[in-house]
Design a protein. Sequence first.
Length: 287
Amino acid sequence: MNNFTNSFGKQQVNIKFKLSDSKSRINVTFWDAFAENFCHAMSEDLEEPLILIIASAKISSWRDQIDVCNYSPTKFYLNYDHHSVQQLRKMLKEPNFTKHKFSTRRKIFKTCTVEEIKKMGVEGIEEELICKANVKCVDETSNWNYGVCISCYNVVEIEEGNNICKKCPRTVPHPNMKFNISVVVSDGTGEIQVLIKDREIRSLLGIDFESIQEKDKNFPKLLKTIQGKDYTFKLWIKEDNINGKDKVYDAIDIFLGFELDEEMVEEQETFTDKEPMTGEISQFNNM
């Protein structure tokens, strides 16, 4: 981290580094308190290689080089607990990951019944698949929300009425609140429990936590409106789902109705036997 005095006599700090996805690199500069928070997060005992997500950054170009820096809305996530990060870490173990370029092709996800999902073997670990099912009921007894630290985005714990971030560590008076809805879905072949997280709820219902009225804080009526309807789920299959340790499946996308197969198709990067690429494995991804 660098310290210097600007032309107005104000003391400033910054940190500069490069991010690479094995195909190209970009320059990143973080400034002032944001840079200090990033350095603090980097001082933790983190799994390597580090996977960094930068959200809502300022992008500029100078002499054909892309530069990324922070401004008011910018957030960073280090080794974020998300299925895309887990996929990327799995890809990093491939021996040819840094030696080959990528091509892009269309990927159509496999559609499975509930019964097929429950019988799935180890070949299904860390796979994404489609399940078309009816939301039989919304679980109002489970925790439907949680808070994350506004600095490191770690889930806060409630101790003696206070929101505590164990990673920072510090008290977080006003954490960012997220949705976390548990539902039971059925398709005629069986039923499973599915967890619908914050991004999926916001996308499906067009709401965020701040729009919830105080009178609904026990369990918002709006969240119950998904009950009894048909949805197309994209599920992320965890190892614990396969070995029976976790009976709850994570929904990483959700659409109303059953006629949305085309929307579940996405671009998929695959290895090709092109000329080798070199570079560090500092990774980034967009959410």
